[in-house]
Design a protein around this ligand. Structure first.
Ligand code: MG
Length: 301
């Protein structure tokens, strides 16, 4: 365990517990990504994205392997029926674990052409799935099965699993990656990880206003993230943005002010709120899964 908090603004003090320690729950992964919390058994499921496995941690079972291979599963989430839904960078699809344990492809095409490689997703309160589609499962040999891009760009899509309707909502980003809605879903935050392998590429979070739960408008840069780039992000009950970065989970107020950092000894890729009170922050970073207890609650699990 290690002291983990850096405070840049007094508002950070209300979000953390004095002397809070970052605790490592698990290690031995290759590249931890996409954590999702299960309140039923206090467990966390996450992707060991580069070794093509899906892992689970629980206080009683420690670490177990849920899927091997996982078709390069990346971001994970739960739908309104508490089913596990996920991005499959290998299958270039959004997939869902059915009640019988079988994984079903929900969508893998837009206008008849294959998606790039869905990376991260959120389920909105109306049940629609919003996901990012950068090409890493095509371009990076340890993140998918390769292939050719068929879409003209890297977009954020809105997909309705009830009707099958899919269309892009964000088309002005370079490599959209992590995403999350504000507590009232009036705002959509999306990280751009282009700087990962595009020299001079963006390493920022953009924010958009949602329109009628179907579209977004007025996109602008919310925060430029250093060092490294943002990947997964989550929002707390006050609308604060918690984003992964190279050295920490960085915390930003809704007005864009950086409040502080939760230092993490490995590069964090993603995070999720969990715990019975939704006040524990689980962080996937490098080879490991970490947790820290906070004084604020997440709005999305
Ligand atoms: Mg990601």
């Amino acid at each position: 365990m290690a002291q983990a908090i850096k405070i840049y603004d007094d508002r950070m003090c209300a979000l953390v517990r004095p002397g809070a320690l970052l605790q490592k729950l698990a290690n031995g992964a290759v590249h931890s990504e996409g954590p999702v919390y299960f309140h039923e058994d206090d467990s966390v499921v996450w992707s060991d994205a580069h070794s093509n496995r899906l892992l689970r941690w629980s206080p009683t079972d420690n670490v177990t392997v849920l899927r091997d291979p996982s078709d390069y599963q990346s971001g994970n989430y739960r739908d309104l029926q508490d089913r596990l839904v996920a991005c499959s960078s290998g299958l270039r699809a959004i997939i869902r674990c059915e009640d019988d344990g079988e994984w079903k492809i929900l969508v893998d095409r837009y206008q008849g052409k294959r998606l790039n490689s869905p990376n991260d997703l959120v389920v909105k309160s109306d049940g629609t799935i919003w996901f990012t589609d950068p090409p890493y499962g095509i371009t990076e040999p340890n993140q998918g099965y390769g292939g050719e891009p068929e879409q003209p760009g890297s977009y954020v899509y809105r997909f309705d699993p009830t009707t099958g309707e899919i269309y892009p909502v964000v088309t002005d980003m370079v490599r959209p990656n992590g995403l999350a809605f504000s507590p009232d879903e009036s705002l959509l935050y999306v990280s751009d990880t282009a700087a990962f392998n595009i020299p001079g590429g963006p390493h920022h979070i953009r924010v958009y206003e949602t329109v009628d739960s179907r579209h977004v408008k007025n996109g602008r840069v919310f925060a430029i993230i250093d060092p490294g780039q943002p990947d997964g992000l989550r929002i707390d009950e006050h609308g604060n943005v918690f984003t992964s970065s190279q050295d920490s989970v960085q915390v930003y107020a809704p007005d864009g002010t950086q409040l502080g950092k939760i230092l993490v000894p490995e590069t964090s890729a993603n995070l999720t709120f969990g715990g019975r009170e939704r006040d524990r922050l689980f962080i996937t970073a490098g080879k490991s899964l970490y947790v820290i207890d906070l004084n604020t609650r997440g709005v999305q699990l």
